[in-house]
Design a protein around this ligand. Structure first.
Ligand code: NAD
Ligand code: DAU
Length: 359
C-alpha cells in the first residue's frame, strides 16, 4: 500500500484531490492529510471519507518541523503532494508576511524533512516522489492576447503571492539540482469547481448574485485567466506523481481563456437559467449587479498555459469543457447553499467589508 502525505488537504484543490484519489485507488493507498485549518481549510469538504481506515487527518502547520518529522517517523511516506499555502492574491497584497512564512518557509521545512527521511548512503529510497503544486502566476503576466507560458518561460512574479510561490519553486528546484531530491513542480492555471472558498472570482460572484449584492469587477473586466476544472487538475497531479520524470516541471492548463467579464456574465445567465421561477433568490439576480471597481494593484493582464509537455510526455489533457464545468460548479453551489452560508460567516464578513470598502 502506497502512503501519501497530502498537505493543505482541507482546502479547495487538496480536498478535491483527496476525494478523487480515494475514489480511484480505494484501499490501494493511504492518505494522511496535514492541514493547519486556516480560514481556507474546511474538514466538512471531506465528510464522505472521514472514518475510512486508509484516511487520516493531522492538524498541524507545515512550518512545524517536529510535527512533520513525526509523520515521517511513524509512516513510510511514499508521496508528498504539497498543496498547503496561502493562496489568495488580494490577501497577499494586504498582508505579505504570512505568505512568506507558509509558502516559502513551510515548503523549505517540508522538503528538508522529506529529504532527510528518504536519503540513503546511495541516494534515495526507491519510488519516492515530492510534488510541489505551483501556479502559472510565477511566470508573471502576458501583456497581449497572444502567446503562452511554457516551462522554459522565465520566472517573473508580480504579486507577493506569486513571489512567494516562485521562491518555493526555486527552493524545490535547488533541492532537485543540488541533492537530486526526487521531485516535480506542477504549474497550473486558475482552478474552479466545488469547495472553492468564496473570496475567489467564481464562487464570490455566485454568492453575491444569490444575495443580490454588487458583483465587483476589477478594472475594465478585460483581464484574462485560463480556467481548469479542479478534477482535471487532480488527475494531472496523480499522473505527475506516478509518471513524471524526477526533476521536471509540468505546466497544467485548460486552454480555456476567458475575460473576467465573460465569466461574470456567464454566471448570471447560468443562474437565471438554472434557478426555478419560485426560488426566493432568483429575483435578486440581474446584469445590473455588475459593478466596475478600482483595479487590483499590479493586476496581471493575462495568463495562458501551454500544456504541451504534460500532454506529450504523460498523455494528460483537460477533459471538462468550460460550458459543462461551470454548470456543474453552479449546480454544486446551489445544492450546497448552507456550506456557502457557513464559510462566509464571521471572519469572511470582516475580510469582505475591509477588502471591498472603497470599491
Ligand atoms: P486554499 O486556500 O483553498 O487551501 C489552502 C489549504 O492550505 C487550506 O486548507 C489551509 O488550511 C491550508 N494551509 C494554509 N497554511 C497552512 C500551513 N501553514 N500549514 C498547514 N496547512 C496550511 O488553496 P487552493 O486554491 O486549494 O490551492 C492549493 C494549492 O494550489 C496552493 O499551493 C496554490 O498556490 C496552488 N494553486 C492554486 C490554484 C487555484 O486556482 N486555486 C491554481 C494553481 C495553483
Ligand atoms: O492562476 C492561478 C492562480 O489563480 C492561483 O495560483 C491562485 O491561488 C488563485 O487564487 C488564482 O489567482 P487569481 O488572482 O487569478 O484568482 P482570483 O479568483 O482572485 O481572480 C481571478 C480574476 O478575477 C483576476 O483577474 C481578478 C479578478 N477579480 C477577482 C475578484 C476576487 C475581480 O474582478 N473581482 C473580484 O472580486
Amino acid at each position: 500500500m502506497r502512503t501519501y502525505l497530502v498537505t493543505g488537504g482541507a482546502g479547495f484543490i487538496g480536498s478535491n484531490f483527496i476525494l478523487y484519489m480515494l475514489e480511484k485507488y480505494k484501499q490501494e493507498i493511504k492518505i494522511i492529510n496535514l492541514d493547519s485549518l486556516t480560514y481556507a481549510g474546511n474538514l466538512e469538504n471531506l465528510k464522505s471519507v472521514e472514518g475510512l481506515s486508509n484516511y487520516q487527518f493531522v492538524k498541524a502547520d507545515i512550518c512545524d518541523k517536529e510535527a512533520i518529522n513525526q509523520i515521517f517517523e511513524t509512516n513510510a511516506i511514499d508521496r508528498v503532494i504539497h498543496f498547503a499555502a496561502e493562496s489568495h492574491v488580494d490577501r497577499s497584497i494586504r498582508n505579505p508576511e504570512v505568505f512568506v512564512n507558509t509558502n516559502v518557509l513551510g515548503t523549505l521545512n517540508l522538503i528538508n524533512v522529506a529529504k532527510q527521511a528518504w536519503e540513503t548512503k546511495e541516494g534515495y529510497l526507491p519510488d519516492k516522489k515530492y510534488v510541489q503544486v505551483s501556479t502559472d502566476e510565477v511566470y508573471g503576466a502576458l501583456e497581449g492576447d497572444e502567446g503562452y507560458f511554457y516551462e522554459t518561460t522565465p520566472i517573473d512574479p508580480h504579486s507577493p503571492y506569486s513571489a512567494s510561490k516562485a521562491s518555493a519553486d526555486l527552493l524545490v528546484k535547488a533541492y532537485m539540482d543540488t541533492y537530486h531530491f526526487p521531485a516535480n513542480i506542477t504549474r497550473c492555471s486558475n482552478n474552479y469547481g466545488p469547495y472553492q472558498f468564496p473570496e475567489k472570482l467564481i464562487p464570490l460572484m455566485i454568492n453575491n448574485a444569490l444575495n443580490g449584492k454588487n458583483l465587483p469587477v476589477y478594472g475594465t473586466g478585460k483581464n484574462v485567466r485560463d480556467w481548469l476544472y479542479v478534477m482535471d487538475h487532480a488527475k494531472a497531479i496523480d499522473l505527475v506523481a506516478e509518471k513524471g520524470k524526477s526533476g521536471q516541471v509540468y505546466n497544467v492548463g485548460g486552454h480555456n481563456e476567458k475575460r473576467n467579464i465573460e465569466i461574470v456574465t456567464m454566471i448570471i445567465d447560468t443562474l437565471l437559467e438554472t434557478l426555478s421561477k419560485s426560488d426566493e433568490h432568483r429575483s435578486n439576480i440581474s446584469h445590473d449587479l455588475i459593478t466596475y471597481v478600482e483595479d487590483r494593484k499590479g493586476h496581471d493582464f493575462r495568463y495562458a498555459i501551454a500544456p504541451d509537455k504534460i500532454k506529450a510526455e504523460l498523455g494528460w489533457e483537460p477533459e471538462t469543457p468550460f460550458s459543462e464545468g461551470i454548470k456543474l460548479t453552479i449546480a454544486w453551489y446551489l445544492k450546497n447553499r448552507e456550506w456557502m452560508e457557513r464559510v462566509t460567516k464571521g471572519d469572511y464578513q470582516k475580510y469582505y467589508e475591509e477588502m471591498y470598502q472603497n470599491k
